[in-house]
Design a protein around this ligand. Structure first.
Ligand SMILES: [Zn+2]
Length: 292
């Protein structure tokens, strides 16, 4: 599932095409991918920002929103397999892989006069589009989310974790605590900080918490710069995969030797998710330095 780095990289790869552009056409091919906060959508073309000028692309956690000059916004949730592609108009032919499972499509005109196609597709259909009529509706939607794990000041991210009587891995996965971290980057950050996934956060001393956030934000920055991790379907707007998966130290490496100490990495289930950790580098005991 795309996490913060993948969504942020997608956001950046869409910006050159979308920001400043006029949405000249909006087409909904599969009505049930589009919702509004009240449920139903009266006018799908308007909900998909037809005739709007795009002023920005905002991201909070794993969610992306296209913002228009008249206050309308469209929240894009990638779910497991969602993708947003752009290509020069005309629309991609039906035989093109990018046109398969295309649930919604747009024609946009850039300020330089060129015309582009954008498509949203989601073969496994865990993602979707949410039409928001006003900036307040977007603010309301994102209110339950914790600070964005990448954009938050380190001290604010530490505040979000401090004192919680919860296992570190479970807290990192909770979008109401910190938004954007999923299974990959939770495992990688805990390993880099030497924190056992089951360690309760309230038992971590301040320097260990500070280190955990520093490692998390360092890894998120590196992953964004690498185009994210492409485990299955993730591609950016131009169809390019990310390559941060080659940098994973623990995620998906259960049973393989730790790249730092050589111990065999353990795989277990924490907070309902498959979790990999190094039994030697990641200790439950607070403030003990890891072997890195
Ligand atoms: Zn190790």
């Amino acid at each position: 599932m795309p996490e913060l780095p993948e969504v942020e990289h997608l956001r950046r790869s869409l910006e050159p095409t979308l920001v400043g552009s006029l949405v000249t056409k909006a087409m909904l091919h599969r009505p049930d991918v589009l919702e509004s906060p009240s449920g139903s959508v009266q006018d799908p073309e308007r909900a998909l920002l037809a005739d709007a000028r795009v002023t920005g692309l905002r991201r909070h956690g794993k969610q992306l929103a296209v913002i228009s000059s008249d206050g309308r916004a469209l929240r894009i949730h990638l779910g497991m397999s969602g993708r947003v592609d752009v290509a020069p108009w005309p629309e991609r032919p039906s035989g093109d892989p990018a046109a398969t499972h295309c649930h919604a499509a747009w024609q946009v005109r850039k300020t330089d006069g060129s015309t582009w196609w954008m498509g949203f597709r989601d073969p496994r259909r865990f993602g979707g589009l949410l039409a928001l009529a006003t900036p307040d509706e977007l603010a309301e939607l994102w209110r339950p989310l914790g600070p964005d794990a990448h954009l938050a000041r380190p001290e604010d991210a530490v505040d979000a974790l401090r004192g919680r009587r919860r296992q570190a891995k479970a807290a990192l996965l909770d979008q109401a605590v910190l938004a954007g971290v999923g299974n990959i980057y939770a495992d990688e950050a805990l390993f880099a900080a030497g924190v056992h996934p089951l360690m309760s956060l309230h038992r971590l001393r301040e320097p260990a918490l500070v280190r955990l956030i520093a490692e998390l934000q360092r890894i998120l920055r590196a992953a964004i710069a690498s185009g994210g991790s492409s485990l299955r379907d993730y591609r950016d707007a131009s169809g390019a995969p990310g390559w941060f998966q080659t940098e994973h130290a623990v995620y998906g490496r259960g049973g393989l030797p730790c790249r730092v100490c050589g111990a065999l990495l353990k795989e277990s289930t924490v907070a309902g998710r498959t979790t990999s950790h190094c039994p030697r580098c990641q200790t439950r005991r607070p403030a003990r330095s890891s072997c890195r």
